[in-house]
Design a protein around this ligand. Structure first.
Ligand code: CA
Length: 230
């Protein structure tokens, strides 16, 4: 299997080079960009699997770059981890709402960074056209089919996309607005309570197989997919 390609977008050369060194040592192929302009060029030319994007960049903020990339269908398979020196809650939320898959706060250890990258990339391989298994559920993304205990679960297209998104991002809470962005797509005007309607339908479809408790409500925050009981 080819090495995963990681694009490092960071203007501070010593930090960028340090990251590249450790990622290369961990077996990744690395690409380096000091600003958003170079980053966009490399994304188009090299199609990396994952981009590490620093929050503070000279020509555009990492947040704006992430939003811009996630709006473009060409980057549907690109995973993004934000690097931030700002650890407060507001920024974490803003980072994740921009479409980033994870964030890591500076300073971080190389080992922590490599572990976070590997965790995000594991989602790639499982969502890449093959079958995702989780608890009693199996989602065949090539055939757009879901089964539980070998029984087919009939889902509408929105329920299917919602389940696929949640299964590939387990054990994390997503607010209604985030789910609208990630499942329905940005710029689509849908009321937030639409999410609740589809979650209810999805649970109903999963209930026959005893898997409805995988879709968990987190009061005041949103929904989470987990095969563990809360
Ligand atoms: Ca920077």
């Amino acid at each position: 299997m080819a090495a995963n390609k990681i694009l490092i977008v960071e203007d501070e050369a010593p930090i960028r080079e340090m990251i590249a060194f450790h990622l290369a040592r961990a077996g990744f192929e690395t690409l380096e960009a000091p600003d958003c302009r170079v980053a966009r060029q490399l994304l188009a030319d090299e199609q990396p699997d994952l981009a590490l994007i620093d929050w503070m960049l000279p020509d555009m903020s990492g947040l704006e770059l992430t939003r811009m990339l996630k709006r473009d269908k060409a980057n549907d398979d690109l995973f993004i981890i934000m690097l931030t020196a700002r650890a407060d809650e507001y920024d974490k939320v803003a980072g994740l709402e921009s479409g980033a898959d994870d964030y890591i706060t500076k300073p971080f250890s190389p080992r922590e960074l490599v572990a976070r990258i590997q965790a995000v990339l594991r989602r790639t391989s499982s969502s890449d056209g093959e079958t995702i298994s989780s608890g009693v559920l199996q989602l065949d993304s090539a055939g757009h089919r879901v089964s539980a205990n070998n029984n087919e679960v009939k889902l509408g297209p929105t329920e299917y996309r919602l389940l696929k998104f949640l299964m590939t991002h387990p054990d994390r809470v997503y607010g209604r607005e985030q789910l609208l962005d990630r499942v329905w797509g940005a710029n689509v005007y849908v009321e937030e309570r639409t999410v609740d309607v589809h979650v209810r339908r999805l649970r109903k479809a999963l209930a026959a197989q005893g898997a409805d408790n995988y879709i968990q409500t987190v009061r005041g925050a949103g929904y989470r997919y987990s095969t563990r009981d809360t």
